[in-house]
Design a binder for this molecule. Structure first.
Ligand SMILES: O=C(O)CCC(=O)C(=O)O
Ligand SMILES: [Fe+2]
Length: 357
């Protein structure tokens, strides 16, 4: 492993993730882009202004009232896009703003301060990729702070960077409430009782990933986040209002998710794709960088408990969708397999796919 002074020693040789801190690298020399970040294949390089289409927007207050038209909009969004922006979600603008400000302040701290959180398992701060499995593997132009935010970890606040505690606790409490309301609406659109998905998230896990994408002098050569789908049930994302960075696969190409101020971006994760037998899509997405301004995004992953056995729900295997696309797999095994591989689009979903498909 190359040592440039930012390497974080790790007891675990498997974790070579903390090779370099991108923010520090850019601070020292904004014109330097090491080989390991440059995407060789031209087709995989990001197009900064791809297809101009807007992802669907849904109104959570209407969904929670059971508005039929809005539920239909949600159903289409989950089927055709796998992504949607949520407005009227009830999270106060101040809560979102405080979260973003607090995160910005954290990333402005000297490296040595942030570094203290690098090895404080279960939370980590460091290079954005959790597992870098080969020396050749391309690295993402990003740093990340990973925090477990479900009830069992909220008690272990000593792991949390001071100053972030209050903002994150308030924010994740509110996001949790949004998640519950969304799970109710999605239960309905999947033809189940309102409480069904919530019941399937007893002892749910939740983790929060704060992504920090430093500026890059040649944004067309690197990716902030490599294409991947999330292993969650749903992911709820807050992003900077004035920078477009998230792109999702749609049709033949990539579509930018243009921020709507104070809206939350939600995507269907692999768990709901499996439960719905592929009707709802866990769509590949990636993040691009820019020359002008660092970008922050905060992703909350809502996940079932690790001992849940995933497989398509019986009623989702219907005459329209008669073949089971996924076999039974324990969620823990699914997540572990994901973590051991480098991010490669939807390659990790293969472990749950029925072979003949
Ligand atoms: O920064 C973004 O917009 C995307 C982040 C993301 O996909 C993730 O953290 O899983
Ligand atoms: Fe993601």
């Amino acid at each position: 492993m190359e040592n440039n002074g930012n390497d974080i020693p790790s007891e675990n040789p498997e974790i070579v993730a903390f090779v370099e801190n991108v923010q520090e690298m850019v601070r020292k020399d904004p014109s330097c882009i090491p080989e390991r970040y440059i995407i060789k294949n031209h087709d995989d390089r990001p197009k900064i202004a791809p297809v101009a289409l807007d992802v669907p927007v849904v109104d959570l207050s209407l969904l929670s009232e059971g508005n039929e038209e809005e539920l239909k909009r949600l159903d289409l969004a989950c089927t055709d896009w796998g992504f949607f922006q949520v407005i009227n979600h009830g999270v106060a603008q101040e809560v979102l703003q405080r979260m973003k400000n607090t995160i910005s302040s954290f990333f402005e701290l000297p490296f040595e301060e942030k570094y203290k959180y690098a090895v404080m398992s279960p939370n980590v701060y460091g290079q954005a990729q959790s597992f870098v499995v080969t020396e050749e593997q391309k690295l993402d132009w990003a740093d990340a702070l990973l925090l477990k935010t479900d009830a069992s970890y909220l008690e272990k606040l000593e792991y949390w960077p001071p100053g972030l505690k209050d903002a994150i606790e308030t924010y994740s409490g509110e996001v949790n409430a949004v998640a519950k309301r969304l799970l109710c609406a999605i239960s309905l659109t999947m033809g189940m009782d309102k409480e069904s998905l919530q019941d399937m998230h007893k002892d749910a896990l939740e983790s929060l990933r704060v992504n920090y994408y430093p500026t890059c002098c040649m944004p067309h050569l690197v990716l902030g986040a490599s294409p991947h789908s999330d292993v969650s049930s749903i992911t709820i994302l807050t992003q900077d209002d004035d920078i477009t960075g998230l792109q999702i696969r749609h049709g033949e190409g990539w579509v930018s998710v243009k921020p709507i101020p104070n809206a939350l971006v939600v995507n269907i994760g692999d768990v709901i794709e499996i439960w719905s037998n592929g009707k709802y899509k866990s769509i590949e997405h990636r993040a691009v960088t820019n020359k002008y301004k660092p970008r922050i995004s905060v992703a909350s992953f809502i996940m079932p408990s690790l001992d849940v056995e995933l497989e398509p729900l019986d009623h989702m295997v219907d005459p329209l969708n008669p073949l089971k696309m996924y076999k039974k797999i324990k969620y823990e095994d699914y997540v572990m397999a994901f973590l051991k591989k480098k991010l490669e689009g939807k390659a990790h979903t293969k472990i749950a796919k029925v072979e003949s498909l």
